[in-house]
Design a binder for this molecule. Sequence first.
Ligand SMILES: NC(=O)c1ccc[n+]([C@@H]2O[C@H](COP(=O)([O-])OP(=O)(O)OC[C@H]3O[C@@H](n4cnc5c(N)ncnc54)[C@H](OP(=O)(O)O)[C@@H]3O)[C@@H](O)[C@H]2O)c1
Length: 290
Amino acid sequence: MDAVALTVPEVSFPNGEPRPALGLGTWRFGEAADRRAAELDSLRQALEMGWRVIDTAEMYGDGGAESLTGEALAAAQRAGVPRGELFVVSKALPQHAGARALQAACEASLRRLQLDQLDLYLLHWRGDVPVGETVRGFEQLQRRGLIRLWGVSNFDLDDMRELSAVPGGRACATNQVYYSLSQRGVEHDLLPWQRVQQMPLMAYSPFDQGELVDHPRLRPVAERHRATPAQVALAWLLRQPGVMAIPKAGNALHLRHNWAAQRLKLTAEDLVELDRHFAPPRGRQPLAVR
Ligand SMILES: NC(=O)c1ccc[n+]([C@@H]2O[C@H](COP(=O)([O-])OP(=O)(O)OC[C@H]3O[C@@H](n4cnc5c(N)ncnc54)[C@H](OP(=O)(O)O)[C@@H]3O)[C@@H](O)[C@H]2O)c1
């Protein structure tokens, strides 16, 4: 791929805070002892390379991904990365969405992450707890200084509208959903709605958990740019205003390729070709979930 130095794509949160539009996923990390050293190494290399947004969750590896992330973050800060440059995101399980349970879940996440404060704390998906109660829990965490921003994940447009209507609900900073070239349903309603609210959409599984990384339909576009199909899939997301993508990568080569995708500028011709193979939604679709 042509090495043209360009500014790194960014999104702006509703409080006006700009952050990189590219973050790192950690699902599947922290699940197996024999992969621990390699996973930690990968996280360390990511931070050395310049990755600053990290997405994790209490669910991943039953806290194991947060613990690994915590070790890598501590090492990065010892090496001089300022805390303010880092944007650490974690998520609470729906069974912890009650206002009180959320306090304990967040405290446990912070302990594992070796942090005093999360930059962004999300409800992983909606369960039985009324959203208004979860919002009260988030507000309490903010008052206690344990989180800066809060948001949700796997909410469709109806869920978002319901959330907006509860007291404090409009302070939601993001909605993290499945969005990739092959899962474009959010373009019909959710993404435009979030853009009006100036609320970035965090696109998870941007490679369809690996299915897109060598997709034959992406190869011609990739070849034109001397890039890889994975880079095309990522650049396609990163070119969109208000979209943050959080690919997971478990080795230095993938991390480097994904980092370089920030410089890949798709042409109008590329976009027409991609639309032909990965059609945009024609109507409302149920929210895709992984
Ligand atoms: N909120 C939610 O409900 C939710 C759901 C799913 C995911 N997420 C978040 O989103 C993150 C990303 O989604 P994901 O983990 O489901 O899948 P993904 O990022 O779509 O795909 C990850 C897969 O792509 C491979 N890969 C990464 N970069 C590559 C490259 N440049 N070339 C070739 N292969 C590459 C990885 O392999 P290697 O590991 O070998 O590099 C891994 O197998 C998660 O880790 C998690 O943080 C959130």
